[in-house]
Design a protein around this ligand. Structure first.
Ligand code: SAH
Ligand code: SF4
Length: 349
């Protein structure tokens, strides 16, 4: 299978060349593209509007890739589903489906492991293996969407908030956004696609260069460089002021509200000085600040603060006019946050 073309990794121009090889007209590449990305088929034989002969020829030179579902957990509280997939090289990644009344959001991984190694994050504690390729990112969405279609529903929103740092896999990320938002594919508007990033400035600039006005969620988690350096090592390369400068530009050009994510860690980032620093940072932005009580990770010393501290912090930010929300994690009964399903699986095996 290895020397065949991976059909989900090909763009329309590459498909056109293949179409000619299998005795089709170049324009029929678009039909194949639609079968792959709109209908999300599993087998080449499902392409019923090309001849049997062309299908046979196609199967000889190309295949539709797959990632294997190894484990699935469903929250009894809110039906959040976590999927653990195994890739061809045995690396595993996770994908999460979040169900809301009016939308289904899928949380997608972009890397196997993460090189950023944030001190609080389960994914960051493990080994970084590699970037995912395009087909591995697409397949997370297509496999879950195929399951949803059996319930007569579908994915409406995509968040790149699973394992890995999306902006460190920027070329493939851009290709995946173009594919997801294509009218010949699953057709999810860029407004419904969110990238969560620890703040990779060149990646933010690439999104602008490629005219991809997606939603940005910035994992801030600390409001001064000293604290942020301590938990997000890449802050030493892209310090807060430089990141803010780049975000200003992003907001000016895209007119999008920027989300700032702030996990609440006990005795670390809920002091009056943090409220002040957040106010200074956020006042120049159309913003929303999402507070997320820390999800404790085995072997990591950080703790979730008690409810009264969470509420006091929330109220002081509100008093200062910050547009703040307190997010209660969905699926809290099934392995918690980012990377934790995979970590749990590893310790069980
Ligand atoms: N690498 C990207 C996207 C993946 S992490 C980023 O860092 O933004 C997705 C989100 O989960 C980030 O905001 C991250 O900081 C947060 N996160 C990681 N571990 C967590 C934990 N144990 N509890 C709560 N949030 C966590
Ligand atoms: Fe990587 Fe994001 Fe986890 Fe940091 S929080 S280690 S950037 S996945």
């Amino acid at each position: 299978m290895n020397n065949k073309f991976n059909l989900l990794n090909l763009d329309i121009n590459q498909l056109e060349k293949i179409a000619v090889d299998i005795k089709l007209k170049p324009f029929q590449a678009k039909q194949i593209y639609k079968w792959l990305h709109e209908k999300m088929i599993r087998q080449i034989d499902e392409i019923t509007n090309i001849s049997k002969e062309s299908r046979t020829l196609l199967s000889e030179i190309a295949y539709i890739p797959y990632i294997e579902l190894k484990k699935r957990e469903i929250s009894k509280i809110d039906r959040t589903e976590k999927f653990l997939f195994e890739l061809n090289d045995k690396n595993t990644i996770e994908t999460v489906l979040l169900r809301h009344k009016d939308r289904n959001t899928i949380c997608v991984s972009t890397q196997a492991g993460c090189p950023v190694k944030c001190a609080f994050c389960a994914t960051g504690q493990g080994t970084f293996h590699r970037n995912l390729d395009l087909s591995e990112i697409l397949n997370q969405v297509y496999i879950v969407n195929r399951r949803l279609s059996k319930e007569n529903t579908n994915i409406t929103n995509i968040v790149f908030m699973g394992m890995g740092e999306p902006l460190l896999n920027i070329d493939t990320l851009i290709e995946s956004i173009n594919t997801f938002s294509s009218e010949d594919g699953i057709n999810i508007s860029k407004r419904k696609i969110t990238i969560s990033t620890c703040g990779i400035i060149p990646g933010i600039e690439r999104l602008l260069e490629n005219h991809l006005p997606v939603e940005l969620a910035i994992s801030l988690h600390a409001a001064d460089d000293f604290k942020r350096n301590g938990i997000i090592p890449i802050n030493k390369t892209y310090p807060i002021d430089d990141l803010l400068f780049s975000l200003k530009n992003y907001q000016r050009l895209t007119k999008r509200r920027i989300s700032f994510e702030y996990i609440l860690i006990d005795d670390f980032n809920l002091f009056p000085e943090d409220v002040n620093n957040l106010r200074t940072i956020l006042k120049d932005y159309d913003h929303v600040l999402n507070l997320i009580p820390y999800n404790e990770v085995e072997g990591v010393p950080f703790k979730r603060p008690p409810e009264n501290k969470i509420n006091n912090f929330f109220n002081s930010l509100k008093r200062y006019g910050i547009n703040v929300t307190l997010r209660r994690e969905k699926g809290s009964d099934i392995s918690g946050a980012c990377g934790q399903l995979k970590e749990k699986n590893r310790s069980e095996s």
